[in-house]
Ligand binder design. Structure first.
Ligand code: F6P
Length: 378
């Protein structure tokens, strides 16, 4: 009998996960005579030894399915809630890895999953990862799968918001996912011709945003679409966050550390309502009525685009080959039309931000979008 490899999907789900699982399963079996064992619900399933054999019928008809047939979770090996306690369950996972006599385990996920997979690598497990997330923020890869689908969904949603904003002479502030990066917000804003695009990489000045909307009004355009990434912050909030982070680093005793941690938690929970506050401020500053649409998890659901199916299939098959060649401790990165194995150590702890000179930023400025901070860009 051939070797056996494990697969798990972790972190937020992303369109294309099932295409990747299918590609790994089909390629591993038919090209390398390897069996594939899925673990349910991310690292938790590896800890609880909940498995499913990925063969035959189970791999059929899933190429086009959204979500993940394995289930997912945000549980971390070293900080796993078990009963009423949070524990390091790495050793239990390693025992289960050996129990199934696995050749390697493939962890499919975003930045957090890459970190957790790297922890397992350092604990002696053979690991290979694939980069998936709608945020497109994993370092050292051109792109992640799931991003293209989310970009299409967000773009389509903003297209639809245009006609209602236009008819009611309103501002519509539309919040787009992306965690602390602006790939999705910028891409969807650019593709849909949003009038204002606010992303975390460019702290914004609300007065500049209001001025851009007023200028449009003077030109006879009495509606505006403001595409705002969920992680975007005003200049004032960016400064406050930097101060809190510096305070956290400088905190010497437990009491001070706890106090700053509370302040940071308060800051983050206030941020959740940031889009509503931005809308209210723009209403007050421009005299135009404003509405908010939060696209939320709609952006992660449903059928992957053809581009994501192809990308996930390419990465999944490259991954099966990497296992056969015993290339462990690596992520399968995208390089144009090709793939490349990169050291996990070079991927973890970094977030791929939108560079300020990125062609998408230049194109947005050149077509008249306001990015909220003329000093930084435009
Ligand atoms: O990382 C993907 C993502 O959708 C982010 O864009 C978003 O901030 C986060 O996950 C939402 O996480 P959850 O589904 O756990 O609320």
């Amino acid at each position: 009998m051939g070797k056996c490899i494990g697969v798990l999907t972790a972190g937020g789900d992303s369109p294309g996960l099932n295409a990747a699982i299918r590609a790994i399963g089909k390629s591993a079996q038919s090209n390398y005579n390897m069996q594939v064992l899925g673990f349910r619900d991310g690292f938790r399933g590896l800890m609880e030894n909940r498995t499913v054999h990925l063969e035959g019928e189970i791999l059929s008809g899933i190429l086009t399915l959204g979500g993940t047939i394995l289930g997912t979770s945000r549980d971390k090996p070293h900080k796993m809630p078990v009963g009423s306690r949070v524990q390091d369950m790495t050793e239990v996972m390693i025992d289960n890895y050996h129990r199934h006599n696995l050749e390697a385990i493939i962890c499919i996920g975003g930045g957090g999953t890459q970190k957790n997979a790297y922890r397992l690598t350092k604990a002696g497990v053979n690991v290979i990862t694939l980069p998936k997330t709608i945020d497109n923020d994993v370092a050292v890869t051109d792109v992640t799968f799931g991003f293209d689908t989310a970009l299409s969904i967000a773009t389509d949603a903003i297209d639809r918001l245009h006609s209602t904003a236009h008819s009611h002479h309103r501002i519509i502030v539309v919040e787009i996912m992306g965690h602390n990066t602006g790939w999705l917000g910028l891409g969807a804003g650019l593709a849909s011709g949003a009038d204002v695009i606010l992303i975390p990489e460019i702290p914004y000045d609300v007065d500049q945003v209001a001025e851009a909307i007023r200028r449009r009004r003077h030109r006879g355009k009495n509606f505006s679409i403001v595409a705002v990434s969920e992680g975007a912050l005003s200049k004032k909030d960016t400064k406050q966050l930097a101060e809190l982070k510096a305070k956290k680093l400088a905190a010497k005793d437990e009491k001070k550390t706890k106090k700053v941690a509370e302040e940071l938690a308060n800051f983050r929970s206030n941020r959740v309502g940031g889009t509503l506050r931005l809308s209210a401020e723009l209403e007050a500053l421009t005299g135009l009525e404003s509405r908010v649409t939060i696209l939320g998890h709609l952006q992660r659901g449903g059928t992957p685009t053809a581009a994501d199916r192809i990308l996930a299939t390419r990465l999944g098959t490259a991954c099966a080959t990497a296992v056969a060649e015993r290339q462990f401790g690596k992520m399968v990165a995208v390089r144009g039309e090709s793939t490349e194995l990169v050291d996990l150590a070079d991927v973890v702890g970094q977030r791929k931000l939108v560079p300020l000179d990125h062609p998408w930023i230049q194109a947005a400025i050149a077509t008249g979008a306001c990015l909220g901070n003329e000093k930084l860009v435009g």
